[in-house]
Each structure stands twice: as structure tokens, then as C-alpha cells.
Design a protein around this ligand. Structure first.
Ligand SMILES: *Cc1c(COP(=O)(O)O)cnc(C)c1O
Length: 443
């Protein structure tokens, strides 16, 4: 990590929308943190963001986040608080709830979870007791930490069983999921993952859950924005509960939310507060309301469709660079690339060496391309090393890039990944800077 430089600017005016109402006050009070904020803005603007779980929010969302609502305690729910003075924040939370319900067509919404992981914790708490069995996608095949990882509450307090993807297809094998459900009789089945690029057959999961009498949780953390933008089908009609983050494709503030059927509403609400959380982050709740309103606009539909078109174009272009898209491609905002390629091909440096996921991630970062390594299904490499990369197109699409830019990005990634000794990094970095200058973030 590079050391934090002194702030480059002490004038609040040009950057105020991104740093709350008085950046000048921060510069005077805490120049070190003021410098971090400025450096981070510069990093986000000056490099290429392909981390699939990130998306830069609008200035309107940032304004709500950097607001006096952070000052307010509001344990409880609108109209039922444990503190006085909640009329204003009640209004913010009511708007967030109504907008979330309308956006997703859900009977009930809870907008208080601090994060996606907190939303999942609350769902486990509402539906299960410790020791109960949960069936979810295996972590090495794309599942999330909260779907049964050792070291996480899910793997510690619950008996979690993972379902794999097919070895040949790299797709969810619904017969295998049904078989696992019959064998293990889970009380909760989870679908929706972290590194799975394809559509999920929710009707199939519903039928499996019904057969064994399990609840169905769809964890839409990654793709909720694509659902909101009608670019992919909605899980809401099929699931008992849907959790999602508001900061990934949905492009809102960092946070979580839960949708459920009316009969589970009070169990879910009690599991969020008072079971899992104390006071809600009302500035984040207000910012979620802003993001839900933004996602209901017609432009957001065009945005969501373009995210998917861009992901398909990027995956295809990366395949031409020797990186094999897992499952052959993508239906969503992300793609997982197997650097080993197909049939002994794959990415090789000029000297003919293979490239691991970790090496590829570091080489890209060196060249100004932010990306993360990823396990591929049935990966032979260790989890800290991996054989793959995961790319997402939410941020670059927010910047206005389209299919032609995906070709340029794939070429830049290819050059960076093959550059073993770093000799070519400055040249790639220069081309990255040129590309992002054409599509300025917070321009
Ligand atoms: C990102 C993610 C989460 C958790 O979100 P945090 O806000 O990081 O806690 C949960 N589930 C899935 C599938 C995710 O991808």
C-alpha cells in the first residue's frame, strides 16, 4: 500500500459534493484523513474498477450518507421507536421501505441491516435455531462466506452442506441439489452466490425446497440491481426471503436489506432488531431510499441491460486473450475467468510461464486495473492463490462505457497479466489513464 500523501487541495468547493457539506472543516481538523479521502477519489477516478461487487454511488446518495441523519438514534421501527425525536427519520425509513417493496414487488421489506452479511445473519436467526441444517452453494464453487464458511457464524453455529456445480457444465446441477436436499433434509436452502455468472432457476429451487419442507432464501447480494432494472428475472415470487446488498449492482450506499412474505415479516424484523443489531444507521437508510428511487427510473433499466451486454462483451474478449470464461460466459454483471484456459492453453507470459490468479491480480493492480482473483470450480490451486480472475462491469457501465471499451479493457488486462517483470506496467497504466479520462467518474 502506498503511503498516504498530504491533501492536494484545501479548497472545499470543487469536491464538496463528494465529501459532505464542509470538506474544508475536515482539512482543518484532520488533514491526514482529508488526504485519504482525496487520494481515494483520485484512485477511483484514475484507475479502472472491475471489482464485481463495487459500484460508485450518485452524488445524491453520497449527500444523504454524509448527512446529519448519522447523528440520530432510532432503535425500533417507524412509529415504534425507543427514542424521541424520530419523526424525520421515521419518514426516511418509511420511504425506503415503500420504495423497496414497490421496486421488487415484495410484501415486506426491512431496510435496516448494516451489511449483506448482517441481513443473512438475521435471516438465519429468524428461521433457524443453532445446529439446524442449511444447504447452499459450496464456497469454492462461488458461494458466500455467510453460506457456511468455517470462521463465519454460518459454518460455526449451523450444519451447512455445500452443493457443487457440474464438473463439465460448471452450472448448478438441479438434480444434484435435489439429491442433496433429499439426503440431508435441510431446514433452509440458499441460492444466489458471489461468483456465479449464470441465471438461477428459482422455480426448480422452489420445488426442491417444497419437496423437503425447507425455507428458500435467495441471496441476491450481487445481482439485486439487475433484478431492479429488469435485466434478469426476479426471485421474489419464488423465495420465502430475499436478501441483498444495496451497494453492488444496485448502486446505493454500503448496506443490506431483506424482502419477505407478509407472514415472515415480524420474525424478520425482530431478528434484525433487537436480535442482531442495535440502532439503525439512519443516514444509510435514507441513502438506500435515494438509491431505490434512482433504480426505479427508466434510465436504470437501460443501465442494467448495458451492464449485462458489457459483461458478455468483456468475457468474450477476455476469452480471446486466453482466459476461459467459466461456464462459457455470463448472463449477469460478472464473469469468472479460468487463466489455465482450455486444453492446455491459457494465459502465458512471453517466456511461456503460466499465471495464477494471485499473480494476475497483482500485475493488474500494478497497471492501474482493480480486479480480484477468484477460485474456479474444481480449482487445483490454493484459495489464496487460485487459478482465476473475477471481473464485473457495474462500475465501468456507470461511467458510460459500452462494448467497444470492453474490447480495450480486455486488451489492457491481457497485457498486464502477461507482464511478468512489470516492465510493461507504465505503458499499460498510461493507456488505462487515457481510457478513464474519456469516461470520468464524478465528472
Ligand atoms: C457481498 C455478498 C454478501 C455480503 O455483503 P457484505 O455487505 O459484504 O456483508 C452476502 N452474500 C453474497 C452472495 C455476497 O456476494
Amino acid at each position: 500500500m502506498s503511503p498516504v500523501a498530504a491533501p492536494r487541495s484545501t479548497t472545499a468547493a470543487p469536491i464538496a459534493p463528494f465529501f459532505g457539506p464542509d470538506y474544508g472543516a475536515l482539512v482543518r481538523t484532520d488533514p491526514q484523513i482529508a488526504g485519504v479521502l482525496l487520494d481515494e477519489l483520485e484512485r477511483q477516478r484514475g484507475t479502472l474498477q472491475l471489482v464485481a461487487s463495487e459500484n460508485p454511488t450518485s452524488p445524491a446518495v453520497l449527500a444523504a450518507l454524509g448527512s446529519v441523519l448519522s447523528n440520530k438514534y432510532a432503535e425500533g421501527y417507524p412509529g415504534r421507536r425507543y427514542y424521541g425525536g424520530c419523526a424525520q427519520v421515521d419518514e426516511a425509513e418509511r420511504l425506503a421501505i415503500e420504495r423497496a417493496r414497490a421496486l421488487f414487488g415484495a410484501e415486506h421489506a426491512n431496510v435496516q441491516p448494516h451489511t449483506g452479511a448482517a441481513a443473512n445473519l438475521a435471516v438465519y436467526a429468524a428461521l433457524l435455531t443453532p445446529g439446524d441444517r442449511v444447504l447452499a452453494m459450496a464456497l469454492q464453487h462461488g458461494g458466500h462466506l455467510t453460506h457456511g464458511a468455517q470462521g463465519n457464524f454460518s459454518g460455526t453455529w449451523f450444519d451447512t452442506v455445500g452443493y457443487p456445480v457440474g464438473e463439465q457444465t460448471e452450472l448448478i446441477d438441479y438434480d444434484k441439489v435435489r439429491e442433496a436436499a433429499r439426503t440431508h433434509r435441510p431446514k433452509l436452502i440458499i441460492c444466489g452466490a458471489t461468483s456465479y455468472s449464470r441465471l438461477i432457476d428459482y422455480a426448480a429451487f422452489r420445488s426442491i425446497a417444497d419437496e423437503v419442507g425447507a425455507y428458500l432464501l435467495v441471496d441476491a447480494a450481487h445481482f439485486a440491481g439487475l433484478v431492479a432494472g429488469r435485466a434478469i428475472p426476479s426471485p421474489v415470487p419464488y423465495a420465502d426471503v430475499v436478501t441483498f446488498t444495496t451497494h453492488k449492482t444496485l448502486r446505493g450506499p454500503r448496506g443490506g436489506a431483506i424482502l419477505c412474505r407478509a407472514e415472515l415479516a415480524s420474525a424478520i424484523d425482530r431478528a434484525v432488531f433487537p436480535f442482531a443489531q442495535g440502532g439503525p444507521l439512519m443516514h444509510a437508510v435514507a441513502a438506500k431510499a435515494v438509491a431505490f428511487a434512482e433504480a426505479a427510473q427508466p434510465e436504470f433499466r437501460a443501465y442494467a441491460a448495458q451492464i449485462v451486454a458489457n459483461a458478455r462483451a468483456l468475457a468474450a474478449a477476455l476469452a480471446r486473450e486466453g482466459m476461459r470464461p467459466v461456464s462459457g460466459g455470463t448472463d449477469t454483471h460478472l464473469a469468472v475467468l479460468d487463466l489455465r484456459g482450455a486444453a492446455g492453453g491459457g494465459v502465458r507470459t512471453a517466456a511461456g510461464a503460466k499465471v495464477t490468479g494471485r499473480e494476475a491480480e497483482l500485475r493488474c493492480e500494478r497497471a492501474g486495473i482493480m480486479i480480484n482473483r477468484s477460485c474456479v470450480p474444481y480449482d487445483s490451486a490454493k484459495p489464496m492463490v487460485t487459478s482465476g480472475l473475477r471481473v464485473g462491469t457495474a462500475t465501468v457501465t456507470t461511467q458510460g462505457m459500452r462494448e467497444p471499451e470492453m474490447q480495450r479493457i480486455a486488451a489492457l488486462i491481457g497485457r498486464a497479466v502477461r507482464d511478468a517483470d512489470g516492465a510493461g506496467a507504465p505503458a499499460v497504466q498510461k493507456d488505462v489513464a487515457e481510457l478513464v479520462r474519456e469516461f470520468p467518474l464524478y465528472g
